[in-house]
Write a new protein. Structure first.
Length: 413
């Protein structure tokens, strides 16, 4: 079994009640653990008919709570009290009509409900039930009581139901539930801030079919945008052409070329507290774009290239008050190039990564970076999922913003 985590704020007790949507619980656990949450599961008696306790024990790395009362150690500890004290957030997905009503009424006829009654932290529930049950006035009254007490509901959604009908009552998608959890436990240290993040590649057209570009997937920039939004910032994401969903709470501006990205950043950067240039902007573009497809029969074309604008180096003019962060996707020795760029581009932080390493290069789910800062030694953030790295990077950004605010207050501004 996985050892218990000591970090507070990242512990989730996942309650699974008896509905067909319970089969999604292992995937929900996996997605939560990818975001560095520690997860325990508690199954109602009915839930075990829909999802195997063993499956949940495997994906969580911890025993699954069912209907036990005392700890097996002989200490006399009541397990539902211990579980309630361990968790930072109680998530119930799926939440059946019985579970929703019982939560509202304070009933406690199984382990999950007994634990919920003893729990003092935030609760998120993802209802899953037939539309006729969801619309019943008695249940809606109980749901209103839960909302009034601060319980967060995610879903239900309209979609195919277990009955074969289509209607309101389908459990929210796993990604939406994870997003609700992250927003609930977010520290909120960027509330009131405005953040601009660039992500992905730029495509520089040669003709209507071909372009010059790079292999950037946009995953790192999207992860940073998702994290800043989760922590309360108004977040604008200027994205090149990528196949990624817009993170919850993020305003997305889609561009294709470096000139389009420059215009989007120039228009918005002045209102920002933090600008993170994570995009891999093409350094060059064809001087002219052919109006029609260049035919192979015409022979190899000669491309006359011109330099694209260096957006990061223009930020001091567009956003002089913002914390300015650049990325350096390098090969070989990225740190030497990063130190040079930090000074040349008047950035506050320059983040270097070696894209020649396939496990952390373009398109990879993991990354490893070195953060270069003015007047401070480089900071290595070792290999980890990009979502976890984004959280660590935003911790640094938030600390820098707090320090800058302290300097402003000391100067009387």
């Amino acid at each position: 079994m996985e050892p218990e985590r000591s970090e507070r704020g990242r512990r989730i007790l996942l309650g699974v009640s008896g509905g067909i949507a319970a089969y999604k619980a292992p995937e929900l656990v996996r997605r939560l653990r990818e975001r560095d949450f520690a997860v325990r599961c508690a199954l109602t008696p009915a839930a075990a008919a829909f999802v195997s306790p063993l499956a949940l024990e495997v994906v969580t790395g911890r025993p699954v709570h069912r209907e036990e009362y005392l700890a097996p150690t002989g200490s006399g500890a009541e397990i539902h009290i211990e579980a309630a004290a361990w968790a930072d957030l109680l998530l119930i997905a799926p939440a059946t009509a019985h579970t929703l009503a019982s939560l509202a009424l304070g009933l406690a006829d199984n382990f999950l409900l007994t634990t919920a009654l003893a729990f003092r932290g935030p609760i998120v529930v993802a209802p899953a039930l037939h539309s006729a049950m969801w619309e019943n006035p008695a249940l809606q009254a109980r749901v209103a009581e839960l909302r009034a007490r601060g319980v967060s509901l995610v879903g239900p959604a309209v979609g195919p139901l277990a009955s074969g009908e289509v209607g309101m009552g389908r459990m929210a998608e796993v990604a939406e539930i994870v997003g609700a959890v992250e927003r609930t436990v977010a520290p909120g240290d960027l509330a009131g801030r405005t953040v601009l993040v660039t992500a992905g590649p730029t495509f520089e057209p040669i003709d209507p079919v071909r372009f010059l570009g790079n292999r950037s997937s946009g995953k790192m920039g999207f992860a940073i945008a998702a994290e800043t939004a989760r922590r309360g910032a108004r977040t604008v994401l200027v994205s090149g052409p990528v196949a990624l969903a817009t993170p919850p709470g993020v305003e997305r501006v889609e561009v294709e070329t470096a000139l389009e990205m420059e215009a989007a950043v120039r228009e918005r950067a002045g209102a920002c507290d933090l600008v993170v240039m994570a995009a891999a902007v093409a350094d060059f573009r064809p001087r002219e774009r052919a109006a029609t497809k260049i035919r192979k029969s015409a022979g190899a074309p000669r491309l006359d290239l011109v330099a694209n604008p260096d957006i990061l180096s223009r930020l001091p003019d567009w956003a002089p008050a913002a914390l300015r962060v650049g990325f350096a996707a390098e090969t070989g020795n990225p740190d030497d190039a990063a130190r040079q760029k930090l000074a040349e581009k008047d950035a506050h932080l320059l983040i270097a990564n070696d894209v020649s390493r396939p496990e952390i290069g373009f398109g990879a789910d993991d990354n490893e970076v070195t953060v270069h800062r003015r007047g401070a030694p480089p900071l290595l953030l070792g290999r980890r999922p990009k979502s976890a790295l984004a959280r660590d990077l935003v911790d640094l950004f938030a600390a820098e913003l707090r320090a800058r605010r302290g300097e402003d207050l000391a100067d009387g501004r």
